[in-house]
Design a protein around this ligand. Structure first.
Ligand SMILES: Cc1cc2nc3c(=O)[nH]c(=O)nc-3n(C[C@H](O)[C@H](O)[C@H](O)COP(=O)(O)OP(=O)(O)OC[C@H]3O[C@@H](n4cnc5c(N)ncnc54)[C@H](O)[C@@H]3O)c2cc1C
Length: 491
């Protein structure tokens, strides 16, 4: 099935037809033309945001670069529904008029002037800012805006802890550092555990605080209005795409000599003089790629200090925006810590919730069948919104609506989308986060160059404050290219 057919099946339509202009290299700060003389060649492993950006800058500097990508498409954890053919979904047709970017991975731009924010604004893409006051917070199975919880001491304690986080010093988990009541825990988990890729008992408060202090971009949160993110990456990095070899799964790296040999799963060999590894931390930690000799202990000890947990994205479409047209994030669910009203600032016709779950809760969901996952989510929504989840969930229009009053199965013919990132063999999780005891220096050690030939980029290696985000991935590319060029020039 091609992507147009898939979208039609899903009833989501093609993206709103907003064209992205091809990226104008002459406008780029990296576009100063060939300027580095280098007889060797660089291979980049991974064509996610980090790999594409690193390869693009190297290409523009006149360096011979090739990208080896395991998947059949670029983007990595930037993945938009409209380009997929293998997402788990229930088939349906014309069930929804929604016509907006449905993201299976990253969906929020953190910082209008962050690295990713700048790329999007350079391309002239329309964005919508998410109003910070539009979040809803769940306590006692009620989802209300901050103002309505203002006199609730558990709510205010969580918010005080969150806003004071950049100044936290210590080596405790978020949960221990906050020291709050049982009633506050699901909300705390949403805002300080799930938000950072895991749960509040695992994420290090001190580790996160060190990063937050370094952020120099603004704290705006935005979505693109009509352009799927994968299309944006493809447009921005179209100049380097001819250098990408897709369906090329790297399995072994022999880096002990000046010429590095890379062996793929199907036995092909590539050689280079400098290698940039951008694969997700979970791939590195799982031993999915074997390094000969083994990676230096500086890098492996640092890798052990970061987690990259399970991650599930679910997209559910409804016939009614019962959560409130103007609400954005709905935070603090016991099953789903993070709901996002994808239609906010777009159209009241977009009645879709995008759910993001990390850590143990994602593992639990992942172990269930798809329908069981959806049932669990609907039972949470039913509890919070008086039965409206099951009542308004979209069903296959080609099949009869169940008569729930007459005892027919309320869960029949439900439509949904699920992306289970832990089960994606080239990702194996959500994004990196500091375990208790990890410091910023550990991120630097994770990124440490080995023997002037093995380099590391990717979100987990960003130590400028944006690890775990698309901007972090991009920042790491600028850093790694700088390291490579310095090493070439110092030769
Ligand atoms: C559910 C979810 C929601 C998120 N939400 C946001 C958000 O709202 N905002 C935000 O900024 N960030 C978000 N993130 C994080 C963001 O997506 C990542 O930080 C960023 O995309 C990582 O880019 P990367 O290039 O470092 O890694 P990746 O994008 O993972 O790229 C690595 C590439 O390496 C390839 N690869 C793996 N193994 C091999 C191999 N053996 N051989 C060859 N290639 C290989 C992979 O296929 C992949 O293409 C989210 C992530 C997830 C999972």
């Amino acid at each position: 099935m091609n992507r147009r057919e898939l979208l039609k099946q899903l009833g989501l339509g093609l993206s709103a037809g907003v064209l992205i202009p091809p990226f104008l290299e002459s406008c780029s700060k990296d576009a100063s033309g060939p300027e580095v003389q280098y007889d060797g060649n660089v291979i980049v492993i991974g064509a996610g945001a980090a790999g594409l950006y690193a390869a693009d800058i190297l290409r523009i500097k006149g360096i011979n670069v090739t990208v080896l990508e395991a998947a059949s498409q670029p983007g990595g954890r930037v993945r938009s529904l409209r380009n997929q053919t293998n997402v788990q979904y229930q088939t349906f047709s014309n069930a929804s008029q929604a016509d907006f970017p449905v993201e299976l991975g990253a969906e929020v731009i953190y910082g209008s002037n962050s690295s990713w924010g700048k790329i999007i604004s350079d391309l002239g893409i329309t964005t919508k800012e998410i109003n910070p006051m539009a979040s809803r917070y769940i306590l006692d199975n009620a989802a209300k805006p901050a103002a309505d919880w203002a006199s609730d001491s558990d709510f205010t304690s969580v918010q005080t802890f969150v806003s004071g986080l950049p100044n936290y010093v210590g080596s405790s988990s978020m949960q221990s550092a906050a020291g709050l009541s049982n009633r506050a825990q699901t909300l705390l988990n949403s805002q300080t555990g799930n938000y950072f890729g895991s749960s509040s008992d695992k994420v290090s408060a001190g580790g996160v605080a060190e990063s937050l202090k370094l952020i120099t971009h603004d704290s705006k949160q935005l979505t693109t209005f009509a352009n799927p993110w994968e299309d944006i990456l493809i447009s921005r990095f179209n100049g380097v795409l001819p250098q990408v070899k897709f369906n090329t799964v790297v399995s072994q790296i022999d880096w002990g000599t000046n010429v590095i040999t890379i062996t793929t799963k199907d036995g092909a060999k590539y050689t280079c003089t400098k290698l940039v590894v951008t694969v997700p931390l979970a791939i590195l930690k799982s031993g999915g790629i074997s390094f000969r000799p083994a990676l230096p202990s500086t890098n492996t000890s640092a890798a052990a200090k970061f987690g990259m947990d399970a991650s599930v994205r679910m997209i559910l479409d409804f016939k009614n925006n019962f959560w409130g047209l103007d609400s954005s994030f709905i935070l603090g669910g016991a099953t789903v810590p993070h709901y996002f009203n994808s239609g906010v600032n777009r159209s009241k016709l977009y009645r879709t919730l995008s759910l993001t779950i990390y850590g143990q809760k994602a593992e639990q969901l992942s172990a269930l069948s798809d329908l069981e996952k959806v049932k669990l989510v609907l039972s949470e929504l039913d509890l919070i919104y008086a039965g409206q989840g099951t009542k308004y969930i979209r069903r296959d229009l080609n099949k009869p609506e169940p008569n729930i009053a007459k005892g027919e199965d309320p869960y029949s013919n439900i439509l949904f989308l699920i992306q289970d990132w832990a089960k994606d063999e080239f990702t194996k999780g959500g994004f990196s986060y500091p375990l208790v005891g990890a410091t910023l220096q550990d991120r630097k050690n994770l990124a440490a160059v080995a023997s002037n030939r093995l380099y590391f980029a990717g979100e987990a290696t960003d130590f400028s404050g944006d690890a775990g985000t698309v901007s972090g991935a991009l920042n790491s590319s600028v850093r790694v290219v700088d390291e490579i060029i310095k090493s070439i020039l110092n030769k």
